[in-house]
Design a protein around this ligand. Structure first.
Ligand SMILES: Cc1cc2nc3c(=O)[nH]c(=O)nc-3n(C[C@H](O)[C@H](O)[C@H](O)COP(=O)(O)OP(=O)(O)OC[C@H]3O[C@@H](n4cnc5c(N)ncnc54)[C@H](O)[C@@H]3O)c2cc1C
Length: 437
């Protein structure tokens, strides 16, 4: 049926491949999912829209893992640990415990909590990890629509340079960050995308001299009061000295809006770029360490911290986090952080840091009304307010690993995803170094 506002498309597409587990998205969650599924000896394909893996890590110039520890307690291990330890053996990692960021952020840092990796080397390391586990990667492939048999996902239609192709799969894992596949499958999601955490375009500066970050923040505060700083008071001012000497990640732009609306996203990209260059002008003009700085790069895209949180069979809520609620079905840990990155760009007015750590039940990964699909990473079933608890990269890798392992178990046994034997899943995760308690 057509009206003047819509057109109907029907297409017949060639089948590229049949796999046991199809992972849409090659960010931290997708990497965790692909590696863990492949290690269970099932066939795995990861499709990624860019020409490299890493998600926000590589596409948004944020080569720093946070959240391995919370209040001194180790909360994430598994594939993320493996990756960092392997890179550390090659001296490609810097562990930062010192004052690298502003005061509030500094308080979040626990021992080895900020792990800085050479971003370009990491692209190669991610590929090595995934392919050595036995998974295949398809780059420049956009998951455009699910192939559905009633309420069951049986594969994805993928847009490639060679046209649309279909990949059939026993299980599909949504690791797209935004939950693109789950949304297309009609899984209900919570959260008003406008109210979600601010988006940021991160810039990498080179030629930066030695700096006393405390003094830089003092100068910025003084300039804010004097009206010299180009942005409102309390703006995000994160600097992370990167792996390459003289290079600093400058995370000082913020925009609010709906990142799932193509026009709004375009508007935010332009707004954030404008802000980034204003920041550059300000820093090179006012801050001694930046006087000879130049822009090395900015993210391939704006960094999205939050867009959709899906309704899963279990939704992790604020109370669970506050009370450190235990779960017999734990597959990962969530940390006691919530309310950072106000959408309007105010500096952490609602940030809360709790001592607690809470277990993430397996059914936060199982969407409510669709079969054959698992959620992973930053779009799993949590209340939007506690997004910070699950969005850091090591934790996204952990939920990805759990999704990958569960998908493999279901593909092998033919059971429903909701019925995956959790004790078997937990045993496999523990064997891979996951921290569940
Ligand atoms: C500005 C910013 C700074 C941050 N700083 C830190 C930090 O310092 N430390 C930390 O640990 N965390 C940080 N985070 C949080 C963290 O980076 C993200 O929450 C995390 O990367 C989410 O992982 P993910 O795998 O769920 O999604 P993503 O990292 O978003 O990865 C999703 C992947 O899917 C791909 N994709 C999307 N749609 C499709 C599609 N339809 N078809 C094919 N591929 C698709 C994307 O290209 C991407 O590779 C930051 C986030 C932002 C935005």
């Amino acid at each position: 049926m057509q009206d003047c506002r819509t057109i109907e498309l029907r297409k017949t597409v060639p089948v590229l491949q049949d796999v046991d587990v199809l992972v849409a998205g090659g960010g931290p969650a997708g990497i965790g999912a692909a590696v863990s599924a492949a290690r269970q000896s099932v066939s795995v394909l990861v499709i990624e829209r860019y020409g490299f893996l890493g998600g926000v890590f590589t596409s948004c110039d944020v080569p720093s893992f946070m959240g391995f520890y919370h209040r001194g307690r180790k909360v994430a291990g598994g594939v993320a640990d493996e990756l960092v330890n392997d890179l550390a053996r090659q001296s490609l990692v810097k562990f930062v415990d010192g004052p690298t960021r502003n005061e509030i952020a500094r308080e979040q840092l626990d021992e080895r909590s900020l792990v800085i990796i050479d971003g370009e080397r990491a692209k190669k390391a991610f590929e090595g990890l995934v392919t050595q586990a036995g998974a295949e990667i398809l780059f420049h492939a956009w998951a455009s629509s699910p192939v559905m048999l009633e309420r069951r996902v049986t594969g994805l239609c993928v847009e490639t340079r060679g046209g649309a192709k279909a990949v059939r799969a026993k299980v599909v894992i949504d690791a797209t960050g935004d939950g693109h596949v789950a949304a297309l499958c009609g899984v209900p999601h919570t959260g008003d995308s406008r109210q979600n955490q601010a988006k940021s375009l991160v810039f990498r500066f080179g030629g930066v001299g030695p700096m006393d970050i405390k003094a830089v923040h003092a100068q910025i505060r003084q300039d804010q009061q004097a009206g010299v700083f180009p942005f409102p008071k309390h703006r995000l001012t994160h600097f992370i000295p990167l792996f390459v000497p003289g290079q600093v990640m400058v995370n000082m732009t913020q925009a609010g809006g709906d990142s799932t609306d193509c026009r709004e996203l375009s508007r935010m990209e332009m707004d954030l770029r404008e802000q980034g260059w204003q920041v550059f002008e300000y820093l090179t003009d006012r801050i001694e360490a930046f006087k000879d700085a130049y822009v090395v790069s900015s993210g391939v895209q704006a960094g999205i911290r939050q867009s959709r949180n899906f309704r899963a069979m279990h939704t992790l809520c604020e109370n669970d986090l506050r009370q450190a609620a235990p779960s017999e079905d734990a597959i990962a840990l969530a940390v006691g952080l919530m309310g950072s990155h106000d959408p309007a760009g105010a500096h952490y007015p609602h940030l809360e840091r709790l001592d607690s750590v809470c277990q993430v039940p397996f059914h936060c990964l199982v969407p409510e009304n669709v079969e054959g699909l698992l959620l992973s990473g930053r779009c799993i079933g949590v209340e939007p307010r506690i997004q910070d608890a699950i969005r850091l990269m090591p934790i996204c890798m952990a939920t990805g690993s759990a999704a990958g392992t569960a998908a493999a178990l279901a593909a092998q046994s033919g059971c429903r995803l909701a019925d995956v034997p959790v004790t078997e899943l937990q045993a496999a995760l523990r064997q891979g170094g996951a921290i569940l308690a």
